[in-house]
Design a protein around this ligand. Structure first.
Ligand code: 1GP
Length: 255
C-alpha cells in the first residue's frame, strides 16, 4: 500500500492502554490514525485498538507506532497499514541509531539465516515473529524524524531526551530530514503541551517532499488552524481523543 498524504490534515494518536471512547463515530473526519504509546502498552492491546478502529472506519489508514519490540507481532503488522518508527534527533543514541540498526540487522538476514538461527531471533525491536512477517515488516516500515520538545513527557523519558531544540535547531533537523536522512515524515512532538507555531514555522521552510506533523496539546479548532497555517501538513491529536470526545471533535478542521 502507498499512502497518499494529500488531504491528510488531522491525525488521531490512539494510546492502546487507554479505553477507546464508546462511540468511535467521533473519528469521522480524522484522516489517519496512529496507534502507539509507551506505558502499559502491549501487543495485545495494540492489536485490539487497531482492529476496533479498522472495524469502525475501514477506509481510514492506521499506523502502528511501536515504542518497543514487544508491541510488534505478525498480527499487528498484518492489521496496520504501516509501522512508523520514530528516530529521535534529540534523544539518546539508542533512539536514533541503536534500535534501527538492530532492526535492520534482523530484517536484512536471509530467510535461511533466520531459520538457521531459530526464531525468535536477534534485535531489540522485533522480538518474535516469522520470516514472512519480517519480509512484510521491511515493506511496511516508515521512518519518522522526531524532535521531542516537551521534557516532562513520556515520549521524552522513553527516548532519552534531555534537552529541547531551539527553533533554529528544529529547522536544521527538518532540513537534515529532507536533504540527508530522507525520512518521509518530520514530527514536532510536544506531547501533552501546546508548543505553538514557532517550531512548525521553522521546520516548514525546509520541507518540500517531507510530511510535517505537529502533535501536542491540540484541544481546539483554533490551535489546529494555527498549526496548519504555520505550515504543518497535519496536526496529531492524542489526549483529548481519550479524555473528551466532544473537545476532540472540535479539533478536526472544518471542510
Ligand atoms: C502524542 O503528539 C501526540 O504523541 C499528541 O499529543 O496527547 O498532547 O494531544 P497530545
Amino acid at each position: 500500500m502507498t499512502l497518499d498524504w494529500d488531504g491528510v490534515t488531522h491525525i488521531t494518536k490512539v494510546d492502546p492502554a487507554k479505553p477507546l471512547p464508546d462511540d468511535l463515530d467521533v473519528l469521522k473526519g480524522t484522516d489517519l490514525v496512529i496507534v502507539g504509546g509507551s506505558d502499559d502498552v502491549t501487543e495485545t492491546n495494540t492489536l485490539e485498538a487497531i482492529r476496533a478502529i479498522d472495524d469502525a472506519h475501514p477506509s481510514t489508514p492506521v499506523f502502528q507506532e511501536p515504542y518497543s519490540s514487544d508491541h510488534v507481532s505478525r498480527e499487528t503488522i498484518d492489521a496496520a497499514d504501516f509501522v512508523a518508527v520514530p528516530a529521535v534527533y534529540n534523544g539518546d543514541r539508542e533512539h536514533f541509531v541503536g534500535k534501527h540498526v538492530d532492526l535492520f540487522t534482523e530484517v536484512g538476514r536471509t530467510p535461511e539465516e533466520l531459520l538457521g538461527a531459530g526464531l525468535p531471533v536477534v534485535g531489540d525491536f522485533v522480538a518474535s515473529k516469522g520470516v514472512d512477517a519480517i519480509a512484510e515488516l521491511a515493506t511496511s516500515l516508515i521512518g519518522e524524524g522526531y524532535v521531542v520538545q516537551h521534557l516532562d513527557s513520556a515520549a521524552a523519558t522513553t527516548s532519552g531526551v534531555e534537552t529541547t531544540y531551539t527553533p533554529e535547531q528544529v529547522a536544521g533537523a527538518a532540513l537534515a530530514t529532507e536533504a540527508f536522512y530522507g525520512f518521509p515524515i518530520f514530527y514536532v512532538e510536544y506531547s501533552g503541551r501546546y508548543g505553538g507555531p514557532e517550531d512548525v514555522e521553522a521546520a516548514a521552510r525546509y520541507l518540500e517532499d517531507t510530511t510535517l506533523l505537529y502533535g501536542g496539546g491540540i484541544d481546539s479548532q483554533e490551535k489546529t488552524m494555527e498549526i496548519l497555517e504555520a505550515g504543518a501538513d497535519a496536526v496529531v491529536v492524542g489526549d483529548c481523543f481519550h479524555d473528551d470526545p466532544e473537545t476532540f471533535r472540535d479539533t478536526i478542521p472544518m471542510a
